[in-house]
Ligand binder design. Structure first.
Ligand SMILES: [Zn+2]
Ligand SMILES: [Zn+2]
Length: 403
């Protein structure tokens, strides 16, 4: 086997060779935002890109129309390293989470790792995971066996800070719908049952509960339907919610209490309530692999990009990468593409995600990821320490492990 530094140089050169094409791909996805499970163009563009780069590509991977998987194999048996892409946008606001950059970082990371496969054993899988923003593409792929043969998984997310690892909140998306009875709001209000009051009472009960939740809990909702005219008692009203907390166990307790709020609101208003907990959007908390995250940080620093020190009150959302991290050693580091403090899911963040500076940082992050992948394939001790840590966490109940 060539020296490690020779392998690293090969991976970096392979990414540099595709630099212009990757910039064009990122810009094209950014300019054509598609929301979860409708990423038909983006998934086709990326699949074609991987094919051109020498991967054996399966479209509609595991029956998910906008998922794909590109494989490349080395000589002999070794671990399968998956490098993941996301490419869904947010409704109305476009690529305000910067998934156009996640898309190309996944492609670049896989291309870099593939470049050493004639010298090392194992396999590289570039997996396209749709609908991260609430639709849980990774949850669906996991359930369909899409990660059964994968040993290690990695992706990088754009952010306003560069962090090798951070946990994420366990989360459920919940639809809460009330059904009552319509009536003239002035002439016969006593004959109506007000579904909108069910929604409003749910908000009030959640706000009353909030004082008694742990500080890491997050319960937040919007009203998606609240009647059609002021003189009609709304017979139907609907709301969408996220219920989150730092760990799965407490998150499930908050979810039970949240559902009780909705049921209490139905009792109080004489309406009926339907609570739908979206099974693909049950996001587990992210537990990053320490050895792999540290290795990514080392490589990124080596490429001249500084790591920001972690702070005690790190802000976090939820990601379906959490579910992957519960079954195999995984990393989900963050690369700064916007000034510190720029909120995610904002117009500002969307605009930064399209800049050449953001692309430059994303390429550095992808190179660092490719180098971690190379190390997993070429350095048995790194792979084993990642596996050992995962096994220890499984015994301690920190991660679930494979079912
Ligand atoms: Zn997001
Ligand atoms: Zn995101």
């Amino acid at each position: 086997m060539p020296s490690r530094s020779a392998l690293h140089a090969r991976a970096v050169a392979a990414i540099d060779q595709q630099r212009h094409a990757l910039a064009e791909l990122s810009a094209r996805i950014h300019a054509n935002p598609e929301i979860g499970y409708q990423e038909r163009q983006a998934s086709q563009w990326i699949a074609a890109f991987l094919e051109d780069a020498g991967f054996e590509v399966h479209r509609a991977y595991r029956g998910l129309e906008t998922a794909y998987r590109g494989d490349a194999s080395g000589k002999g048996s070794g671990p399968t390293v998956a490098v993941l892409s996301e490419y869904d946008a947010l409704p109305d606001i476009g690529h305000a989470c910067g998934h156009n950059l996640i898309a190309i970082m996944g492609v670049a990371g896989a291309i870099g790792a593939r470049a050493v496969l004639d010298s090392v054993p194992g396999r590289v899988a570039a997996i396209g995971t749709p609908a991260e923003e609430g639709g849980g593409g990774k949850v669906a792929l996991l359930r369909a066996g899409g990660f059964d043969d994968v040993d290690v998984a990695m992706m990088v997310h754009p952010s306003s800070r560069t962090l090798p690892s951070r946990t994420s909140l366990a989360s459920n998306r919940v639809d809460v719908e009330f059904t009552g009875r319509a009536a003239h709001a002035a002439a016969q209000p006593d004959r109506g049952l007000n579904a909108l009051e069910g929604v409003l009472q749910t908000f009030n009960s959640v706000n009353a509960m909030r004082q008694h939740l742990r500080s890491d809990a997050r319960v937040h909702g919007i009203v998606t339907s609240g009647g059609s005219a002021a003189n009609i008692i709304p017979a139907y009203a609907a709301s969408k919610w996220s219920v989150r907390a730092l760990d799965h166990q407490y998150q499930q307790e908050v979810l039970r209490r949240f559902i009780a709020c909705a049921q209490g609101a139905a009792t109080a208003t004489g309406t009926t309530v339907k609570v739908t907990v979206n099974e693909n959007a049950g996001y587990e908390n992210m537990v990053p692999s320490t050895p792999l995250a540290e290795r990514w940080a080392d490589h990124l620093t080596g490429l001249g990009v500084a790591i920001q020190p972690a702070v005690s009150d790190e802000r976090m959302g939820s990601t379906d990468m959490g579910n992957i991290s519960q079954v195999i050693p995984s990393i989900h580091p963050y690369i700064a593409i916007a000034p510190d403090g720029t909120p995610g899911h904002s117009v500002e963040f969307r605009d930064f995600a399209g800049t050449p500076e953001a692309f430059d940082n994303a390429i550095a992050a992808a190179k660092a990821m490719a180098l971690v992948a190379v190390d997993v394939l070429a350095d048995r001790s790194l792979y084993e320490s990642a596996r050992d840590e995962f096994e220890r966490r499984r015994r301690e109940g920190v991660v679930r492990g494979r079912p």
